[in-house]
Structures are given as C-alpha cells and as structure tokens.
Design a protein around this ligand. Sequence first.
Ligand code: BGP
Length: 483
Amino acid sequence: GAPGWGRRSKWRCPQGRRGAVRPGPGGASTSAYQVEGANLSHGKGPSVQDIKTVPAGTSELDVCADFYHRYAEDIALMAEMGFKTFRFSIAWSRVLPEGTGRVNQEGIDFYNNVINECLKYRIEPLVTMFHFDLPAALEKKGGWSRRESVDEFVEFAKLLYTNYGDRVKYWLTINEQNMLTLVGDVIGTCNMEGVTNKYKKLYQENHHMLLAQAKAMKLLHEMCPGAKIGPAPNISLVYPATCKPKDVLAAQNFNAIRNWLYLDMAVYGRYNDLVWKFLEEHDAIPVIEAGDMDIMAQAKPDFIGFNYYNTATVEWDDSPVAVTDSEKKDQQSAGIEPGVYKAYPNPNLLRTEFGWEIDPDGFRATIREMYSRYHLPMIVTENGLGAYDKLTEDGKVHDDYRIEYLRKHIEQIKLAADEGAEMMGYCPWSAIDLVSTHEGITKRYGFIYVNRDEFDMKDLARYRKDSFYWYKKVIETNGEDLS
Ligand code: BGP
C-alpha cells in the first residue's frame, strides 16, 4: 500500500513540547450552561440560554448535572478514568454578570477551584471561552450584531488570561461558531425579531465573532507566551449525493458555507471565495472596518479544535428562491438553500436513537481533508452518542452502543494519525451526563450517569457506566486496546 498505511498507529505530539496535552485519547468535554446548574445564583447573571424558552418537554437549566456543587466529586471520577485532559467552558455571565464591567469574584473563584482540582490530578484543563451562552445583558443591547461585541469579548478574554493564564495552557475561543450562524434557532441563540435579511444579520455577527476570536488569540500570545489557542467549530465533511457533477458542486458549496469559511478565516485570515459570492448574492456582505482583515491575517491559532458527530450529504438544488415566509420556512425545514444545495439523507449510514447519522469513516475523511487544508495539529473537542441510557436496579448502565460508537471513531482517528494527520487528542462529548442543546437530559452522552430524570431531580448521584470502565482501559493503553 501507500507509504504510511498499515504502520502501527501513533498519535503525534505537536512540536514535542514538555507539559503539552499528551497525545492520544484521554479526556472528555462539557459546557458550562449544560452541566453546572446554579444558573441564576452565586452572583451569576443570566445568559441567552437562561432567557430562552426551553423546548417543550425538556428541563430548565437551574440544576443540570449540579456540577457547580459537585465538581470535586466529578473531577475525581475523571481522574479515576485516567483523564489527561478535561475540556470545560467558562460561563461568561458567571464571571461578568452584565457581560462587561463588574466582576463576580465568586464566579472567578469557582473556575479557579475547577482548574486547581484538575491540576491536582495532573489533568490538563482545556478551556472553552464561549460555548453558546452570551450574557443576556449584552444580547439585550443587540449581542454580536454590534461592533462593540468585539471589545466586550476581548475584555472577557483578558479577564480569563489574567486570572487563569498562569495555569491554563490550552484555550478554545468559540464553540461551534458555524452552528451559531447556521442553526442558532435550534441552539436558542438566534433572535430574528424584526430582521428582514437574516443573512445580513447572521454574517455580520459572524464577522464580529471572527474578529473577536482573532483579537483573543493575539492577546493570549502577548499575555501568556507559550500558551496555545485554537477555534472549536463543528467540522463535518459534506458528501455529494451522487457522482453527478452538479451534486459535487453542491457539496463544495455546502462545505464552504458549513466548514471552510470558519477555518479559512481562523487559519489564513481570508474569506472563503464561494461564501463571499454567496453573501454578495444575498446582499449580506458584512461591514468590515479598515484593519479588520490585517488583524485576522496576523492572528494565528496554534491548533484546531473541532467537534465531529456526523457527515452531511447534499444534492444540487434548482428550487426557485422563496418569496413568502411560509415558502422560506418550508425550504429551511427541507434543508434547501435555493440554487446552492439541498440536504440529502445518506442511505448508507445507520442512525442513533435520535436520528443522527453515524459515520466513523467520515470522521477519518474529515480529518484528512482538514489536515490537507490547514496542516495544523488537531484535537477532537466533541464526538459521541446521545442515547436513552437506563440505570439498572444494581446501579449499572449497560451502554454497549456507546462503546461501539466510540471504538469505531477512535479506530478511524488512529488510521488518520497513521496517515500523517497530527492528532493532539480526543475529548468526546460528554464527560458526564448533562442537558442536551434542545433534547433534554434524557438524551445522555456521558461516561458518568447522573441520577435524575427530565423533571424529577432524584438524588443526582453519580454512577459509572460500562463505557466508564471501557474508556479507562482505552486511556491506560493510549488507544491500543479498544476491545
Ligand atoms: C454540540 C454542542 C454541544 C452538545 C452537542 C450534542 O453541537 O457543542 O453543546 O450539546 O452538540 O448535541 P445535542 O445536545 O443537541 O445532542
């Protein structure tokens, strides 16, 4: 076979730094608003997640997994699994209740405690600065659509580097900025009241986020030499539905809009050409001030963090541009971007209980494509299976389906690493059960079961799932033993 194929897989440690995130599987992820609870107490201001109407049949965010009070117990369990890395996010409105200005010391102390607890076990904290939870006070002023949002994010970043930069060496800027732009309505971050051109609003917000990210990356390098930072988009390769040339063009269109826009900007500081054309056609070119593009060209990520759950498949689309609101709605729910692409259910893939396509080979294809475009070390910041786990009478959770999902995905990263991709690590979603973005806490992802139902908080006790013991062994053997 080709050179490299069939060699014993290895995970490469970028630049061989001392004290770097140790390569290989060995961590997992959470986000503040989904795991912490205590969302309106201990001095925390509301975020956009706390002012949204939660989807029918799903729980509020006041308890979640109660990580705010049980972080020490939870991190001890992560240490028992052998975690090398724990990815968590900082709730902006816990440290800055109004988004800017006044600091909530209790919030600062909470994350100090979380970080110190990780370090006690030699777990490397990998901190996401912003995971879907813009302070509500800023949203009320217009959120990311205002130019001021760039400076507000930089102020927040500076506060984090000042307080935690002595111990946190790995940072992620914005979780799934691409999903905020594409499906903000599902995540609960999208306010379209009175908006006539949604693209104009969304891509202006996007421009501000890109600029804020660039400034935050630059600031970290100035304030904390040696610390590493990267973006954390959700990257999934888009397949053409068939080998019809027009389907390939549609796949290129959606790849650009869904994936490359975000990484081309973060890595090369340039707008993707296909997206630029798309924005022109929709009268949605963002306002770009003098100097913006220079800042974005200068700021460089040290690595790419990315979330991967599944690939996407599209076909060519000839639909006419929708005129009425109901036509627009219909097109949106059918996954149609008129004249650009149309979603296509991939008949070759199995699905989870929640209807998500499962595609381990696509994981490898995605990694290959990213590495050939960007040549930066990569860390998987999310990947995992949401399911209705059941706790047995004797306190067990037999989640063999999750083990199988993770095994198949780890196999593919090992192959990708063997082909040359620099993989820094693997942090699946989620370390512990937490509230899903829109499907409640009964859609579970964790290695650790949290004993509560959607509305009955029970005792919130922690139980080790079968996947807990399995992952412990995977970490111990650095991904060699996946049985
Ligand atoms: C990602 C988000 C996470 C997480 C995960 C699972 O998009 O970054 O916050 O929730 O998806 O999605 P869901 O909770 O919808 O099942």
